[in-house]
Design a protein around this ligand. Structure first.
Ligand code: ADP
Ligand code: MG
Length: 257
């Protein structure tokens, strides 16, 4: 499980996150929502140890601050926001990078590492891409390869930063179904930044709303996707109605009055 306590972070002395606390249990998907610039990516960067922060990030009592980046990478895998793949690498080479926290200096991937990479590709329905160069992949294929790389890292915690950003509706749904499945079957703690509130409502067990680096609400989709909270966060009038086909709320932008 992932426990974030009173986390603050700044860029060049300019504060961006103000005392965020959040717990993600094993088997649970928590969606991080909030307008552009709210600090979602910054929170994911801080938790993964890429930028400095104050406060605590722990798993089962262990504080990540005491770990080296390689040790931390055995607990937390990240699917980053930007398509950040090296175009000339093959899919297999890219997915095998997920094993680097276990290989040591100049370590070479073993047959077991390669088997793990294949299995991860299979789980994201991308085994057929294994010998392709990542520079030739579509947005949806790249996103699946990034997820396979994170799975190959074999961590109990998975962080995803707007993994559906460049995908069409079909791939948004299949990626989030897969992510929820991973949480359930592998008992992973999953924190996923999402900008689509209705996808968050449908696939997350709980939602955390971030505005201006401040945590405004945490709870079930019904508790967080309330009109007054969403209107204040996004400066937009909304209607929230029960979803006609799923449990939980449906957020509809209203006409500006
Ligand atoms: P979100 O992911 O919710 O859209 P970000 O975490 O990317 O928000 O950004 C939060 C704030 O931090 C914004 O005001 C943004 O301009 C600022 N910011 C993000 N990255 C940097 C950076 N590398 N240097 C300076 N400021 C940054
Ligand atoms: Mg972001």
């Amino acid at each position: 499980m992932l426990r974030i306590e009173n986390l603050s972070a700044a860029y060049h002395g300019h504060p961006v996150l103000h005392g965020v606390s959040l717990e993600v249990k094993n088997g649970e998907v928590v969606a991080l929502i909030g307008p552009n610039g709210a600090g979602k990516s910054t929170l994911i960067r801080a938790v993964s140890g890429v930028i400095p922060y104050t406060g605590q990030v722990r798993t089962n009592g262990d504080d990540f601050a005491a770990l080296t980046p390689m040790q931390r990478a055995r607990y937390i895998a990240v699917v980053p926001q930007a398509i950040s793949l090296t175009p000339a690498f093959t899919v297999l080479e890219t997915v095998l990078m997920g094993r680097s926290p276990y290989l040591g200096f100049l370590g070479h991937a073993s047959e077991q590492d390669e088997e793990l990479a294949r299995r991860s590709l299979e789980r994201v329905h991308a085994l057929g891409l294994i010998d392709r160069r990542v520079g030739e992949l579509s947005g949806g294929e790249s996103q699946r390869v990034l997820l396979a790389r994170a799975l190959t890292q074999s961590t109990p915690i998975l962080l995803l930063d707007e993994p559906t950003a460049h995908l069409d509706l079909q791939y948004q749904v299949s990626l989030l179904e897969l992510v929820r499945d991973l949480a359930r079957k592998d008992n992973l703690a999953v924190l996923v930044a999402l900008h689509d509130l209705n996808l968050a409502a449908r696939y997350a067990d709980r939602i955390a709303l971030l505005v201006g680096g401040v945590e405004k609400a945490v709870g079930t989709p019904n508790q967080v996707l309330r009109p007054e909270l969403i209107e204040a966060a996004y400066c937009l009038p909304v209607h929230v109605v029960p979803h006609p086909f799923h449990e939980g709320p449906l957020v509809l932008p209203a006409e500006r009055g």
